[in-house]
Design a protein around this ligand. Structure first.
Ligand code: PRX
Length: 427
């Protein structure tokens, strides 16, 4: 954890010979705990500039990233070293047409697969110059992204449809305040992009100069699997177009038969590619059941798709019990069980409802326990439900005994148990 710094302390000029700038967080009062907190700057001062590589096998695990499962707990998607690295490096290079003088910016959070593959591994493996951004597209104002594009002369820009739809609401003016003439390729990922948002991205942001790469992929696929190649693939607004090299898609009907030509059905893949996940961590059985059982011999994406007469693929959305809210995959089962944990709830059913900015929003049907009457307060509590445990866990982690209301916990004795067994993992 970094120490709270004053604005001045954090403002060392970029590229100066002085020690790296400390991270300013003027509004964050994080209490410094000398027992567990170490200051990064003190630690790196004595560290060597050289770091001997650790030699690994190509199929050694690289990382595990958890993604929602349509049933039960989230799945630990396991990627391995060489295949994943090769695949992210190659897709980054070709899908963004990466050239050595490019300045690339992906707005994703580094903790998600988009950040892993296309902020960290892909760009770094290519030695790319990247903009790393931690903030909001609307703060301090809705021109923030375009201001950054001009400031760093960003050439390749990668974001999500939900961000585009959000910015669209504010019109052209905040975009046109900035030149954006460095931009060459615009990318999108995470959810289907509606043609209206696509047109706005293409015409207003890219001024019809920049090809759009609508990249379809998943935590599981490691990297892009359906995507245009910029300026080489004729685009259709809202279509992720064609498979990347080595990826062989098929469209199946409910009986598992491959459909030919223009058709609609389950999107599956017929052969592996280097970046595909290797297993569900600790549960190979679940890996096989989730992805290979429904249609033996195929990898099932869980997405529906349409293939048009020209062979273009159009993702129609999830066909399992998953929702995509602002590019976040949520399982209806997880939300339902969070709601059902509330003592006022007898039963809950959750479905998706189209939302103009988020793509989908949660629509929850709730049956209240006998004798409980509906109120706005209850509604507000239910909205918070599911976040409650996290709030409690955060306090336990900080050894704070004032937990607030924990009456909705199914078994509150677990809290004392966690306090008793609390230990800290230092950096
Ligand atoms: O439903 C598809 C949607 O996002 C799902 C994968 O989510 P996740 O594993 O969190 O990874 C997100 C970042 C790769 C897919 O099953 N999805 C992703 N990209 C697109 C998309 N839907 C339509 N078009 C896309 N370009």
């Amino acid at each position: 954890m970094l120490k709270h710094l004053s604005k001045e302390e954090g403002d060392a000029p970029l590229g100066s010979q002085s020690p790296p700038a400390k991270r300013p967080c003027p509004d964050l009062q994080v209490p410094w705990n000398p027992e567990v907190d170490l200051c990064w700057h003190t630690l790196v001062r004595g560290a060597s500039d050289e770091c001997e590589p650790e030699w690994c096998e190509s199929e050694d695990p690289l990382f595990i990233l958890y993604t929602s499962g349509s049933t039960g707990k989230p799945k630990g998607v396991l990627h391995t070293l060489s295949g994943y690295m090769l695949y992210t490096a190659l897709t980054f290079k070709l899908v963004f047409d990466y050239q050595p003088d490019d300045v690339y910016w992906c707005t994703a959070d580094i903790g998600w697969i988009t950040g892993h593959s296309y902020i960290t591994y892909g760009p770094l493996a290519n030695g790319a110059t990247s903009v790393l951004f931690e903030g909001l597209p609307t703060y301090p104002d809705v021109s923030r992204m375009w201001e950054i594009v001009d400031k760093y002369h960003v050439t390749k820009f990668y974001t999500a449809p939900t961000a585009i739809r959000l910015l669209m609401k504010y019109g052209r003016e905040p975009v046109q305040k900035y030149k954006r003439d460095s931009l060459k390729v615009l990318g999108t990922v995470g959810e289907p992009i509606n043609p209206e948002a696509w047109q706005w991205y293409y015409s207003v942001v890219g001024e019809k100069r920049c090809p759009i790469v609508d990249t379809f992929w998943q935590t599981e696929t490691g990297g892009h699997v359906l995507t245009p190649l910029p300026a080489a693939t004729p685009m259709k607004p809202g279509s992720a177009t064609f498979p990347f090299f080595g990826v062989v898609p098929a469209v199946l009907n409910e009986s598992g038969e491959e459909l030919e030509g223009a058709s609609e059905g389950y999107l599956v893949f017929k052969q592996p590619w280097p970046g595909v996940m290797r297993t569900v961590y600790g549960n190979q059985q679940r890996f096989e059941t989730t992805y290979f059982k429904k249609f033996p011999g195929y990898y099932v994406t869980g997405d529906g798709c349409r293939r048009d007469k020209d062979g273009y693929y159009w993702i129609t959305g999830r066909i399992d019990d998953m929702l995509n809210v602002s590019g976040h995959l949520l399982s209806t089962a997880e939300v339902e069980s969070a709601l059902a944990e509330h003592e006022a709830v007898a039963e809950a059913a959750v479905v998706g409802r189209p939302h103009p900015v988020k793509g989908e929003s949660l629509y929850c049907f709730v049956t209240l326990t006998d004798g409980v009457t509906y109120s706005r307060t209850l509604e507000a509590e239910l909205k918070k439900q599911g976040k409650i445990m996290r709030r409690v866990l955060r306090k336990i982690a900080c050894d704070e005994r004032d937990l607030g209301d924990i009456s909705t916990l199914a078994d509150s004795s677990v809290v004392e148990h966690l306090f008793q067994n609390r230990c800290c993992v230092g950096v």
